[in-house]
Write a protein that binds this ligand. Structure first.
Ligand code: GDP
Length: 459
């Protein structure tokens, strides 16, 4: 438990009906008591889990705002500490003033993610669960939300704990043999251990295999719609957006705030990269050059190449095709609705070389359902988030799983090579520890700081 009490504005800055200043720690109630007066008598000694109506006053006795105070007592709170949430009017000024008053009354400004970090360190949830909070907040589609909420509930953690249990079981069997010289070991014992370890490996690999799809559900796949001028890129984007717009987010902190369009493909977020007005009818290759085009494609996880059915393939089309490299690409022949087709499908198919090729009409909307199916299949490689499958969605978790798998592979190789059992035991223990990084049982302070720094203040 911590000795200091932290405070922060927990709602986004801007105008809103309400805004919340959250205070957590042993002095939370005392601090609130200095600035909050309940309409009806004393509140601080009362039972927690209540909303109390009253007013905030500054130290000179001037009225600051009319508020509802959420009063929650340890340990039944988000952080397991006493928590007070001051629900004031959602303007920048009342929020700022109330935050300043809590600080003047003895709180310290919370660091990014510090409430969630305390929730973890005070044992309310494990690390994977704490991390899911940010994923819930940032979820872009229902698919991503489902994974994040499952992770908060502990679905992933349970799987990791069960794998750790199995590793401990394996370790116990291996260690039982440490005191025996090799020749005394029963023939079958090591074989049995190897078999068990192979089974655990397979479970690890299964999680690792699903991680790329999980990451896409969580973050989306960045997608570029590319092609010569007038082939129908904007028309395609608009056609896809019409029914499937998920959310538009502003990404602050850039010179010009970038608008990120997200298209919802059955729960899979498609993030459209819009750089240098690529979707306007401009000659992109001429305007920004091949090198730049390549750089932009480099950033994409998926390329939608649009070709014009009304025109023959040009050198420019080929230049774009050649810039794509080994990126996932879908060849689209647009304007399928026009009568006079000039494009040579066989030629396009030769360039597509087995990669998906589809006729569409952005104008009429034909082929778009098929396109969505192909995108879905390509992006997720057939993996669909459903409620009973455990899916890893964070790169950090994937790395920890890979580390565990590598140690276990070493252990297995060791068994094959008749390496002394105590060495094998070390590898199995290391695999167990690597998994602990996911749930936080074996995590370092340094890593914690890095994880929670990704959160915003107030979470
Ligand atoms: P961009 O420069 O690649 O973004 O192309 P636009 O989306 O601006 O489209 C260029 C022109 O092609 C416009 O006049 C569109 O109306 C037309 N166009 C786009 N898609 C289709 C289509 O599927 N069929 C037909 N017939 N015309 C289309």
């Amino acid at each position: 438990m911590f000795e200091d009490t932290i405070a922060a504005i927990s709602t986004p800055l801007g105008e809103g009906g309400i805004g919340i200043v959250r205070v957590s720690g042993p002095a939370a109630v005392k601090i609130a008591g200095k600035i909050f007066k309940a309409r009806r008598g004393e509140w601080a000694g009362a039972e927690g889990g209540r909303l109390i109506y009253g007013h905030i006053y500054d130290f000179a006795g001037a009225l600051v705002d009319e508020v509802l105070l959420g009063y929650m007592k340890a340990p039944h709170t988000y952080t397991r500490e006493d928590v007070v949430e001051i629900n004031c009017h959602g303007g920048a000024l009342p929020l700022k003033k109330i935050l300043e008053l809590t600080l003047a009354a003895g709180a310290r400004l919370a660091k990014p993610g510090e409430f969630s970090m305390r929730a973890f360190l005070n044992g309310r949830m494990d690390l994977a669960q704490a991390e899911s909070v940010i994923d819930i907040i940032r979820a872009k589609t229902e698919g991503g939300l489902k994974l994040a909420v499952g992770q908060l509930k502990g679905v992933l953690s349970e799987k990791i704990y069960s794998l750790q249990d199995k590793l401990l079981g394996l370790l116990a069997r291996v260690e039982a043999n440490i005191d025996f010289p090799d020749e005394d070991l029963e023939e079958g014992t090591m074989q049995e251990i190897a078999l068990q370890s192979a089974k655990i490996s397979e479970e690890l690999q299964e999680l690792i295999r699903g991680a790329d799809a999980g990451k896409i559900y969580r973050e989306g796949i960045s997608t570029i719609i590319i092609g010569r001028p007038n082939v129908g890129k904007s028309s395609l984007l608009n056609a896809l957006l019409r029914e499937n717009r998920a959310i538009v987010t502003d990404i602050p902190g850039t010179t010009r705030d970038i608008i990120e369009e997200i298209i919802n493909i059955d729960g899979l977020p498609l993030k459209i990269i819009d750089t240098a007005g690529l979707h306007e009818t401009e000659d992109i290759i001429e305007k920004i050059g091949i090198k730049k085009t390549k750089e932009i494609i480099e950033k994409a996880g998926l390329v939608l190449l649009v070709l014009d059915a009304a025109r023959e393939l040009t050198g420019e089309d080929l230049a774009i095709i050649n810039s794509v490299g080994d990126k996932k690409i879908i060849f689209l022949i647009n304007k399928a609705d026009i009568a006079e087709k000039r494009i040579d499908q066989n030629k396009v198919a030769a360039h597509a070389a087995g990669r998906p090729l589809l006729w569409i009409s952005a104008k009429k909307g034909t082929g778009l359902d098929q396109l969505k199916k192909i995108i879905f299949k390509m992006a997720l490689e057939g993996r669909i988030a459903n409620s009973d499958e455990v899916m890893v969605s964070s790169v950090r978790h994937k790395h920890a799983l890979e580390k565990a798998a590598a140690y276990l592979a070493d252990a297995q190789a060791g068994i094959g090579d008749s390496v002394p059992v105590d060495i094998i035991a070390i590898d199995i223990r290391a695999a167990w520890e690597a998994l602990g990084e996911i749930t936080g049982s074996t995590v370092t302070e340094d890593l914690l700081d890095r994880i929670f720094a990704d959160f915003c203040i107030g979470k």
